[in-house]
Structures are given as structure tokens and as C-alpha cells.
Design a protein around this ligand. Structure first.
Ligand code: NDP
Ligand code: 8X3
Length: 252
């Protein structure tokens, strides 16, 4: 029976690369995000290249009613979700706590923490009914360390770490695997979003060293999801070779 992966935030970066990686391994896909055009284009590209089926769900993970409506709209045979990749997330701003913008804070908390919870709450009952499943949460080096001006983003990723551990305990008896991947710097649209569309500032972040590529994370997620049923990889902390911690980066 063909397996199904639901990947949130598949319109760019890590989510998009993960969708392609799972398609390569013959998974049917449910890809989600807010930008409908990009999702439809990715679905077209994947179905053209791989012998898999793709459903697109357009919703904002911050709005619980939209999450519920989207998941409820899935046809019956699309509800056997084998793998959920909770990837949708963002940083908004990079300011000291004393001058941080409350709208930025709320965006990060609502997306990275509440959004992950809303999606998980909708999918976990389906996995329980199916007596199996695997949830892979995308955390970050920011979930392990605090760094200057990272404050609220770091807090949300520390929350993802705590939720991953708690989920693993709560879902133990249900046979559902729970893992996380915690990347260092990955060259995606992440910094453009963090700097509110300032492409020049975003470009500077990845200059002078080779950052991770979205595909590196996608392959790691695939490795985690493709272990035998008795193996759970709890967490993978994955960094560019040129990055030793959140702040030590060996730049030219
Ligand atoms: P991108 O900005 O390239 O992708 C982010 C994805 O999240 C997009 O598909 C976006 O889709 C989706 N998303 C954001 N907000 C929402 C929302 N409210 N509702 C639905 N979807 C949303 O960044 P990355 O690929 O780098 O980020 C993916 C994850 O990886 C994030 O959780 C991020 O924190 C984490 N991460 C990134 C690192 C990096 O250095 N890049 C390092 C460590 C972790 P759309 O806008 O269409 O809704
Ligand atoms: C994204 C990586 O170092 O910008 O989570 O926080 S970092």
C-alpha cells in the first residue's frame, strides 16, 4: 500500500525539498502552505516527474479552524497519513528583547508553537486510528542554544524541543514515533522572511561559507522516516561544517 506523507510549509525551502525527497521514494503527498500558486506548481512538477499522487491543502497553520477544515476535507483514503513533517515555521525580526516588535513575537509563537500544535492535534487521531505513524518536528540549533537577538525565535524552537519530547512520551503506547531535526544555517527563504523581505541583508547571512542546503535536511528527514519500525531517531542536530554553534561560523 502506498504510504502518505503530510508536509507543512512545502511552498519553499526545507518543506519543498522534503516533498520531492519523499516523492522520489514513492510516497503519496499532502503538501500544505499559504501560497496556492507555489503549491500547485510543486504538485505539477512532482506528478510530472514521479509516479505518485499529490493533494494540496492551502491554509494558515495559525488558524485552528482552517487547519481542521483542511484536514477534514481530505478524502477517506488520504487519511492514512504515515508521516507528518511539522516544518512550517519562521523567524520574524532579529532584535534585542527590549526593542522587539510584539507583532513579530506573536507571528513566531502562533506559527512555530501553536501552528505545530494545531496540525498535530488534527493528525494524531488519524494516526492512532491507523495504529501507526511518525511525526517529525523541525526544530533548530535555536532550540538548543540562545543567541543574541534570537530571544523569541529561540524560545519557540525550545518549545518545539519540549513538545517533541512530550509527544514521544504521550504517544508511546500508541506506537507513534516522534522525532526532531535541528538544523544550523540552511540557505532557504528563512532569512528573507526574518528580515521582512530585505534580500540584501538575507544574502549576507550565507556569504563566506557553505551553509546547509534544503536537500541536506530533506535527506535527513527521509533517513529518519525510513528506519525500520522498531527504530526511533529522537533528534538529529545537523550543522554546516563551517558552523560550530549558533554563533561560531568560519567565514572567509
Ligand atoms: P522558508 O521560509 O523557505 O519556508 C518556510 C515555509 O513555512 C514556507 O513554505 C511557508 O509557506 C511556511 N509557513 C510559514 N508560515 C506559515 C503559516 N502561518 N501557515 C502555513 N505555512 C507557513 O524557510 P525554511 O525552509 O528554512 O524553514 C522551514 C523550517 O525550518 C522552519 O520551521 C524553520 O524555523 C526551520 N529552520 C530553518 C533553518 C534555516 O536556517 N533556514 C534552520 C533551522 C530550522 P507559506 O509562506 O506559503 O505559507
Ligand atoms: C534557523 C537557524 O541559526 O538562524 O533556525 O537560528 S538560526
Amino acid at each position: 500500500m502506498t504510504k502518505i506523507a503530510l508536509i507543512t510549509g512545502a511552498t519553499s525551502g526545507i518543506g519543498e525539498a522534503t516533498a520531492i525527497e519523499f516523492a522520489k521514494h514513492s510516497y503519496n503527498l499532502i503538501i500544505t502552505g499559504r501560497r496556492a500558486g507555489r503549491l500547485l506548481e510543486l504538485a505539477r512538477k512532482i506528478t510530472e516527474e514521479y509516479d505518485v499522487q499529490v493533494q494540496t491543502l492551502i491554509f494558515d497553520v495559525r488558524v485552528q479552524a482552517s487547519v481542521i477544515e483542511a484536514i477534514n476535507s481530505l478524502p477517506e483514503d488520504w487519511r492514512r497519513i504515515t508521516v507528518l513533517v511539522n516544518n512550517a515555521g519562521l523567524a520574524s525580526g532579529l532584535d534585542p528583547i527590549q526593542s522587539g516588535n510584539v507583532d513579530d513575537w506573536e507571528k513566531m509563537i502562533d506559527t512555530n508553537v501553536k501552528g505545530l500544535l494545531y496540525v498535530s492535534k488534527s493528525i494524531i487521531p488519524l494516526m492512532i486510528a491507523n495504529k501507526k505513524g511518525h511525526i517529525v518536528n523541525i526544530s533548530s540549533i535555536a532550540g538548543k542554544e540562545a543567541y543574541a537577538n534570537g530571544n523569541v525565535y529561540c524560545a519557540t524552537k525550545h518549545a518545539v524541543e519540549a513538545l517533541t519530547k512530550s509527544m514521544r512520551i504521550d504517544l508511546l503506547k500508541e506506537g507513534i514515533r516522534v522525532s526532531s531535526v535541528s538544523p544550523g544555517m540552511v540557505d532557504t527563504e528563512f532569512s528573507q522572511v526574518r528580515f521582512h523581505g530585505d534580500a540584501k541583508r538575507a544574502e549576507e547571512v550565507y556569504k563566506g561559507f557553505e551553509p546547509l542546503h534544503a536537500e541536506d535536511i530533506a535527506e535527513t528527514i527521509w533517513f529518519i522516516a525510513s528506519r525500520p519500525a522498531h527504530v526511533n531517531i529522537n533528534d538529529v542536530l545537523i550543522m554546516p561544517t563551517a558552523q560550530a554553534s549558533a554563533v561560531y561560523v568560519n567565514k572567509d
